[in-house]
Design a protein around this ligand. Structure first.
Ligand code: NI
Length: 168
């Protein structure tokens, strides 16, 4: 398993729409394992393929993060079938460093997709898992959590980023 470099905003791959996985083969399994290793190494609760520069619809996540017995979850071609309720949570993202802001999302979701063997999968989630799933599926559509915050807050972040860039 390899730790892959994580793409950082404003890398255009983060703004690209990923496409459905067509072939479930050894190479894809390798990508999944590498993504899981990269997520734990970061560490993060979830990772979408865009974040490692791959435009296939793959997400990995683990909201339990049990030390010593990691249990990475994988969904290929995930999509939000339904959502209800509302939750506000302070989110961050491995691809958007030094930024954490409150984001409003569905409190409960139903996500469908397939597992790493290609079997159909349906996941009902609430709480942190529901948030992570929405965040990661957003990535596959080229959306970042900063798209869900106010223009003012986003503007402040972009200005801060520019300043840091200029200082380097
Ligand atoms: Ni993210």
């Amino acid at each position: 398993m390899a730790i892959l470099p994580i793409r950082i905003f404003p890398d255009p791959v983060l703004r690209s729409r990923a496409v459905d996985v067509q072939n479930i083969n050894g190479e894809l399994q390798q990508l999944i394992d590498d993504m899981a290793a990269t997520m734990y190494h970061a560490p993060g609760l979830g990772l979408a393929a865009n974040q490692v520069g791959d435009l296939r619809r793959v997400i990995v996540f683990d909201v339990a993060q049990r030390e010593g017995s990691p249990d990475p979850q994988v969904i290929l071609n995930p999509y939000l079938e339904a959502g209800e309720g509302e939750v506000i949570y302070r989110e961050g993202c491995l691809s958007v460093p030094d930024c954490a802001e409150d984001v409003r999302r569905f409190g409960k979701v139903c996500v469908r997709g397939v597992d790493r063997e290609g079997r159909p999968l349906c996941l009902e989630a609430e709480g942190l898992l529901a948030i992570v799933l929405q965040h990661e599926i957003d990535h596959l559509n080229g959306t970042l959590f900063i798209d869900h915050i106010s223009r003012l807050k986003r503007g402040l972040y972009l200005r801060r980023l520019k300043k840091q860039g200029a200082a380097r």
